[in-house]
Design a protein around this ligand. Sequence first.
Ligand SMILES: CC(C)(COP(=O)(O)OP(=O)(O)OC[C@H]1O[C@@H](n2cnc3c(N)ncnc32)[C@H](O)[C@@H]1OP(=O)(O)O)[C@@H](O)C(=O)NCCC(=O)NCCS
Length: 136
Amino acid sequence: MSATETENIKPTGELALQTLAMPKDTNANGDIFGGWLVSQMDLAAGIASKKVTRGRSATVAIKGINFLSPVKVGATVSCFTTVVCIGRTSVQIQVDVWTSIFDIDDRSKKVADGLFVFVAIDDNGKPRKIPQQAAE
Ligand SMILES: CC(C)(COP(=O)(O)OP(=O)(O)OC[C@H]1O[C@@H](n2cnc3c(N)ncnc32)[C@H](O)[C@@H]1OP(=O)(O)O)[C@@H](O)C(=O)NCCC(=O)NCCS
């Protein structure tokens, strides 16, 4: 989906994380560095993962990240998560990132999305079964 196509739709999923894009996170173009955005997405997915795995979990894969529009300094960055699939030890979480520049107007724009896979781990860092109630 292109950035233009997202302009009239609203975010879906749960607001897992919200932050502000700061000047220290810019790339050579003066826009926000993609790695910073991925880091926020990973944190948001980690929060969503905790609710499902009820304990420690770790990112095992990040699939198909799309950067749809540059993120500007001063933008409010909101990460929305949707649990797509719960397996025996893993959970797949869709993360959609939307930005708003409230100094200008209240409209939001989807700027990135991606699929994050987390694995529930035990105290030894080995995969553990996700509790049954989370999978229901
Ligand atoms: C997460 C980790 C414990 C999984 O161990 P593993 O031996 O690969 O585990 P398994 O092969 O038994 O797979 C566990 C689950 O993950 C899924 N999985 C593993 N690799 C995957 C991948 N690349 N993509 C999607 N799912 C994957 C498996 O399908 C399985 O899911 P299920 O139990 O729901 O069916 C191990 O890979 C690890 O420690 N990785 C590093 C994690 C980390 O440090 N992340 C932060 C990065 S800095």
